[in-house]
Design a protein around this ligand. Structure first.
Ligand code: PMT
Length: 395
């Protein structure tokens, strides 16, 4: 249980209505939480709500009676982490300029510790060069900025600018306190499904969303590792700071993995690589002339098996996506691919595995009894996988 101190600075965007959920989640995790609201934020979330949830006075101006010291300086120094959530284009501009014209902006200017900025705004405001300049300035000043999500905006259409969900913000806050225990380690992670072309407009693929691999990349990066993320096509934004290598086919993925293999300390293959590909790829769109289309497929490259054969010093982690006999099938893959660790997951379930935010896995390693990791967010599963690798490597 953490005892870290967080101040949530809430500014006037509609996404502020989700901040009580974030505060509750942080309190449940053991964080001490204080809240400051701008005038405009109070249109979307009330002082009373935040006061009841945090059981603390809520800061709205410089006149907090109960505090016998200068409130903005006290709050600025109290925080282990300041989180601006949601951060409007206006507060981002003020922070970039060092403006201090209300309690929130003044306290942020007086904050000596780390600041996490969680932008949420209309897509055009986000894309505006002025906002992008301000974001670049904040990053240059050492602030951490969470990328807005792509999704349904208050305006009634889908675009980039949406605030990440409270649970994702809470995870990002956890990461801010992450120990740098994987520093200097070079970790290669694959993610997503591959695409194998039938013709210029059609391909074979699978249900992988990339969430498991991206969670691993994000956590490994937050723990200080140098991360190369080699990913098939997904809808996800690569975590900031990773060396991102987009690919489409299994062969492209193999080339990229092999390029970085010699320097890698660890390779984690979370990607769902197509086992088969069409014998022929048509150069023109195949016409709809036949009632039944017999596809001829051939075995694809097995990237992981190749890595297992060429292994020198690397710690090799594979996943097994199974719909039955999870442990027995997983054990076979562990041995056949010469792996140090195999993470088996049941992909017949809709609440875990493919495309879910959660997973439940079993660790398999030679001469070891299987170890089950209970169902949890993929970020927590990623932590457990990295902890297991660290323990086995004696780091
Ligand atoms: O992306 P998500 O939606 O978050 O879903 C996560 C996941 C279910 C894709 C992930 O948890 C997972 O199980 N990834 C492995 C999927 C898979 O291809 O499993 P497999 O049992 O078919 O392959 C065994 C291992 O060999 C895997 O590490 C795979 O990356 C690798 N492999 C497989 C085939 C192939 N031709 N080359 C490979 O390298």
């Amino acid at each position: 249980m953490t005892t870290k101190k967080i101040v949530l600075y809430v500014t006037g965007g509609i996404a502020a209505y989700k901040v009580p959920l974030l505060a509750r989640d942080l309190i449940k995790k053991g964080y001490q939480v204080r809240v400051a609201l701008t005038q405009n934020a109070q249109k979307y979330v009330t002082v009373d709500t935040m006061q009841v949830l945090t059981k603390q006075d809520v800061y709205t101006d410089f006149t907090l009676q109960k505090v016998a010291y200068v409130p903005h300086v006290h709050l600025a120094q109290w925080a282990d982490l300041a989180v601006v959530v949601p951060a409007t284009a206006n507060i981002i501009a003020k922070m970039a300029q060092g403006l201090a014209d209300d309690f929130v902006s003044t306290t942020l200017l007086a904050t000596p510790g780390p600041i996490l900025v969680v932008p949420a705004m209309n897509d055009h405001m986000w894309e505006n060069p002025a906002t992008q300049r301000n974001i670049a300035q904040l990053k240059a000043d050492g602030k951490r900025v969470l990328e807005p999500a792509h999704g349904f905006l208050a305006e009634g259409y889908a675009a980039k600018g949406r605030m990440p969900e409270p649970i994702e913000i809470s995870q990002a806050i956890d990461e801010s306190f992450q120990s740098q225990d994987l520093q200097e380690k070079r970790i290669v992670i694959t993610a997503g499904g591959t695409q194998e072309d039938l013709d210029p407009v059609r391909y074979l693929t699978n249900k992988s969303s990339g969430k498991m691999g991206y969670a691993l990349a994000q956590i490994a990066q937050a723990r200080g590792a140098h991360v190369t993320l080699i990913s098939g096509p997904t809808n996800l934004t690569p975590p900031t700071g990773v060396d991102f290598q987009p690919v489409r086919t299994a062969q492209e993925m193999q080339v990229k993995v092999n390029q970085v293999y010699a320097q890698a300390d660890v390779v984690i293959m979370a990607a769902a690589v197509a086992d088969y590909l069409p014998v022929q790829t048509a150069s023109q769109k195949i016409k709809k002339n036949q009632d039944v289309w017999h596809l001829e497929l051939k075995k694809n490259v097995d990237i992981l098996q190749g890595l297992g054969q060429a292994k020198t010093h690397q710690f090799l982690v594979g996943f097994a996506a199974e719909t039955q006999d999870l442990i027995a099938n997983g054990q076979k893959k562990l041995a056949k691919k010469n792996l140090d660790l195999l993470v088996a997951n049941d992909v017949s379930r809709s609440d875990i595995g493919f495309n879910s935010d959660q997973n439940e896995v079993t660790f398999l390693a030679s001469q070891q009894a299987p170890r089950k990791i209970n169902k949890a967010q993929k970020h927590q599963i990623a932590q457990a996988i990295l902890d297991e690798i660290k323990a086995r490597q004696g780091w």
